[in-house]
Design a protein around this ligand. Sequence first.
Ligand SMILES: [Zn+2]
Length: 218
Amino acid sequence: MRPALHAEEDVLLVVDPQPTFMALCPDELPVPGAEAVIPVINRILAGPIARAVVTQDWHHPRHLSFASQHPGKRPLETVDLPYGTQVLWPDHGVRATPGAAIHPALDQAKVVMILRKGFRQAIDSYSGFRENDRQTGTGLAEWLRAVGARRLFIAGITRPYCVDWTAEDAAAARFETWVVEDACARLGPDDALDASRARLEAQGIRFTTADTLHGENA
Ligand SMILES: [Zn+2]
């Protein structure tokens, strides 16, 4: 499917394009192949899409999502927090560290907004729209509406966590929502990724590719 692009209404939402999730930072939270999405995203940005927004994981050094803050726990184990079950991660995305920067190769010419998320020490935020308590908003939906956005194309790092949660909340906020699948990193087994895709599609979210976006004239 080839959606016709509209300069005012369409926004590419780039989730967490940060070295902390790449092989550049092997002691943080490297997602296999994550660095390969940067040139794919840049190719989209070189096309007719007019605006982009970037989210940036920006954690307190002792963030509650870090396994290091839970004695006896290891990454990928879970803990029960007041807002529900939280997967534990290696320390990553620590505010104002090199790993938390936006990847220097990302073409930021069309990036009109950078939203930092996960900055509350006691709440994680996979989604760019709502923190993991599913109640605390980030203000992104309101900002996007204020600038006239109507349709979002979502790319970045990583499915099925921050990308899929962001897509789900985008649709819940009544934006027409597309996931640019080949512009997203993937973490975990294919069946979990497929199940998440099916759940998103059941909510009206559609999947497309970078070539499809890039090949369409505005
Ligand atoms: Zn994080």
